[in-house]
Design a protein around this ligand. Structure first.
Ligand code: SF4
Length: 437
């Protein structure tokens, strides 16, 4: 069981630390096979009590950074872009009829590096989405960017499209550090690109920095934070480096977390407000609303593009093929590019709600649970709550329950709130992985 719980925990850790928790965890989702064909009908029946957001993924990057743990496709230029756009148009055409009468109330374009596409291809990408689906006017619209692949022309295009928030993944302002990490980025243009984004009318800008890159000193990192704050981005995100391979070193991790705290204090002194463990904002309006923890607890999410995840509230979760080639090949055969799919019910959504809140805030808000699901938390999970309380791992508070800080609290919590079938599927995935090594 311990192995299963260990396998479960990383599956919950989102990229950038602010992506929503997934329940059931992705590693337990079965292969989709023929059930992929049921997805348009599931979307047609999706509850209208929930709003719908969209995530669209552009899988290309100039090179692979050594700290990256998502599948990316080395970009080969025009032909690559054409194949991607053809696939994206087919995917939107297959799904659009299921969304007639429904408006998306947010759009998040991530990657990869979406702005690696040239201005024309980027324009066609947005046209493919806007031509197939309806969107709310003035909705939160976020795009991940890299300063290396941004110029005035692309920035003006983003502003004209109504982009309200861009994220610039800088990671480090030290050229040697980013080059050593295998990142295609020239730091000499950073202030100029940042100013251009403001001049072109992008309302909100986030900057991502990474703590613990090879060759980075603590002093150098804090200097980066100070310089970044002097540009006044609306949000600063401080990610702690997690090794993609090799042995994890808890001491180094602790040092990085301490450095993150120091950097956060520095941002607070510079007039920022702490949003969560990783990020700080100048004003609450400057926060990326598409990436809030609540998002997947309050929305359906349609994912488009390779590796994207979709969430049909109370009905299913599914994942598109992670590799660009498999994604494009499925669409070239006229099929939805879905690799894994799990169906679920309202009780699974309750479990998701409890786990997401415990993971994020170490607490379970009972009034909010009742408001969301129309029944008391205890009526669904009374046995689990009592057991954890009697073991001293959960404490009843005025507003619900809080999770105690104890090494055994988190694994036990997961094992009680995950369905047995989910734990069995996770165990099978772990065993298959071990056999294939
Ligand atoms: S630019 Fe971002 S998505 Fe691309 S390889 Fe580097 S970290 Fe990964």
């Amino acid at each position: 069981m311990k192995t299963v719980i260990k396998a479960l925990l990383p599956a919950h850790a989102g990229r950038n630390g602010f992506y929503p928790t997934h329940y059931p965890p992705i590693d337990s989702w079965p292969r989709a096979g023929r059930s992929a064909a049921s997805v348009p009908a599931l979307w047609e029946r999706a509850s209208t009590a929930f709003r719908t957001g969209m995530y669209a993924h552009v899988p290309f990057c100039a090179s692979r950074c050594d700290f990256c743990f998502i599948p990316v496709e080395p970009y080969r230029g025009k032909e690559h872009a054409e194949r991607f756009l053809r696939a994206m148009r087919t995917e939107t055409a297959l799904l659009a009829p299921s969304f007639s009468g429904r408006r998306f109330d947010s759009l998040y374009v991530g990657g990869g590096t979406p702005t690696i596409l040239d201005k024309r291809a980027l324009g066609e990408f947005f046209s493919a989405l806007r031509g197939a689906f309806s969107f709310e006017k003035g909705m939160p619209f976020s795009v991940e960017t890299s300063p290396q692949f941004l110029d005035r022309g692309k920035l003006l295009l983003l502003a004209r499209q109504g982009v309200s928030w861009i994220s610039m993944g800088l990671q480090s302002l030290d050229q040697e550090v980013v080059s050593r990490a295998g990142r295609a980025q020239s730091n000499s243009r950073l202030p100029e690109v940042f100013r251009a984004a403001r001049d072109c009318g992008i309302p909100h800008i986030n900057i991502d920095l990474l703590i613990g890159l090879g060759g980075q000193s603590a002093e150098g990192f804090l200097e980066d934070v100070k310089r970044t704050a002097s540009w006044r981005p609306d949000q600063v995100h401080l990610n702690v480096y997690k090794p993609v391979r090799g042995v994890k070193d808890p001491l180094r991790k602790r040092m990085r977390t301490l450095l993150q705290e120091k950097a956060m204090s520095l941002l607070l002194r510079e007039g920022y407000t702490r949003l969560d463990g990783d990020s700080a904002v100048l004003t609450r309006e400057g926060q990326n609303k598409c990436a809030s923890v609540d998002f997947c607890l309050t929305h359906h999410l349609l994912g488009l593009g390779p590796v994207s995840l979709s969430h049909i509230w109370g009905a299913a979760r599914y994942e598109n093929f992670p590799s660009f080639d498999s994604y494009a090949a499925a669409l070239e055969r006229g099929r939805l590019p879905i690799s894994r799919l799990v169906t679920l019910d309202a009780v699974s959504e309750m479990r998701h709600y409890v786990i997401a809140n415990a993971e994020r805030n170490a607490r379970i808000p009972s009034a909010a649970f009742k408001e969301r699901f129309g029944k008391p938390l205890e009526s669904e999970f009374g046995r689990e709550l009592s057991e954890l309380e009697s073991r001293g791992l959960l404490e009843s508070t005025e507003n619900g329950y809080s999770l105690k800080e104890a090494p055994e609290a988190v694994p036990l919590f997961y094992s009680r709130f995950c369905e047995a079938s989910v734990l069995r599927r996770l165990a099978a995935t772990g065993e298959n992985r071990a056999r294939s090594k």
